[in-house]
Design a protein around this ligand. Structure first.
Ligand code: C2E
Ligand code: CA
Ligand code: CA
Ligand code: CA
Length: 280
């Protein structure tokens, strides 16, 4: 069942890209060219400290800035990138753009500001990953930012020793490790002992279910309880309503991300948001 579902998703994604380009090109070839032309760009979604109303950081989300179609969602090209290995050059391109963007506003960023990028497992287990991350860190003018590695995978995460070891090395080197989509994976729990995780991101499918009815928080209550028992710090994503915000506040979840606060925005828009906030 799952496999067929994944195949269907991939086919849909391939089709989505297909309709934008020459008939002769495969989706992979189309994407390869887009990466080379710098058409994959970073959007930034602010993460807020709900208690203090300050900006805690940003998550970088890939967008394809297509000359004809406008901005294309990552759901249509990240699966193609992961399947073809193009996720490595795609993410490298984002890392360079993100460092350049952050350097351009270096004096405006609060100390400890979090800058998170999504990394697919197949990239993390590639041979040069640790080296790439260390170079990425060196490309920042500021050395007091928190560079976050969000471990992301839509398919069940195949966590092997290699992945754990690489992430732990980066953790020792000052990187912040975040586990994305907590509560949705298959192997999510078995390796939590070996992996030095700084925080987890509660998936929006849990947060999105919260409404004014007491019953609606049952699953989220369990996920939060699990996270607390494992002593993991928590970021809640997909916060869209006041009811969700109130629930999270009541449960002492401080770091929040979602349309209730900000959507993912261009770098220019992010700079305006940053400048409109008092510096802390
Ligand atoms: P994710 O890492 O879980 O990112 C959060 C997604 O939720 C983003 O979708 C964001 O726009 C969306 N979101 C944020 N707040 C809200 C909200 O309040 N309500 C709702 N309904 N959605 C909200 P987006 O940008 O379409 O990205 C989808 C997924 O694609 C990401 O999920 C991530 O898994 C993947 N992705 C995006 N960029 C990259 C990347 O550069 N590399 C990799 N490997 N994956 C990426
Ligand atoms: Ca993420
Ligand atoms: Ca997520
Ligand atoms: Ca997700």
């Amino acid at each position: 069942g799952i496999l067929i579902f994944i195949l269907l998703i991939s086919a849909a994604a391939a089709y989505a890209i297909d309709k934008y380009l020459n008939k002769n090109d495969t989706p992979e070839e189309t994407l390869r060219r887009a990466i080379a032309k710098g058409e994959i760009v970073p959007f930034y979604q602010p993460i807020v400290n709900g208690r203090e109303g300050t900006l805690r950081g940003v998550e970088v989300l890939a967008r394809w800035k297509h000359p004809k179609a406008g901005y294309i969602s990552p759901a249509s090209f990240i699966p193609v990138a992961e399947k073809s290995g193009l996720i490595v050059p795609l993410t490298q391109s984002l890392m360079m753009q993100v460092a350049a963007n952050m350097n351009a506003i270096a004096s405006k960023l609060p100390s400890g500001f979090h800058v998170g990028i999504n990394f697919s497992a197949s990239h993390i287990t590639s041979l040069t990953f640790v080296e790439e991350c260390l170079r990425y860190r060196d490309s920042f003018n500021r050395d007091d930012l928190n560079l976050v590695i969000e471990v992301t995978e839509r398919e069940p995460l195949d966590v092997d020793e290699d992945l754990v070891q690489r992430l732990n090395t980066l953790h020792e080197n000052g990187f912040v490790i975040a586990l994305d989509d907590f509560g949705t994976g298959y192997s999510g729990l078995s390796y939590l002992h070996d992996l030095h995780i700084d925080y987890i991101k509660i998936d929006q499918s849990f947060v999105g279910r919260v409404n004014d009815f007491p019953d609606s928080t049952r699953i989220l209550d369990c996920v939060l309880d699990l996270a607390r028992k494992l002593s993991l710090s928590i970021v809640a994503e997909g916060v869209e309503t006041k009811a969700q915000l109130d629930y999270l506040n009541k449960n002492n979840i401080v770091f929040l991300q979602g349309y209730y606060f900000y959507k993912p925005v261009t770098f220019t828009e992010f700079v305006m948001i940053l400048l409109s906030k008092p510096k802390v």
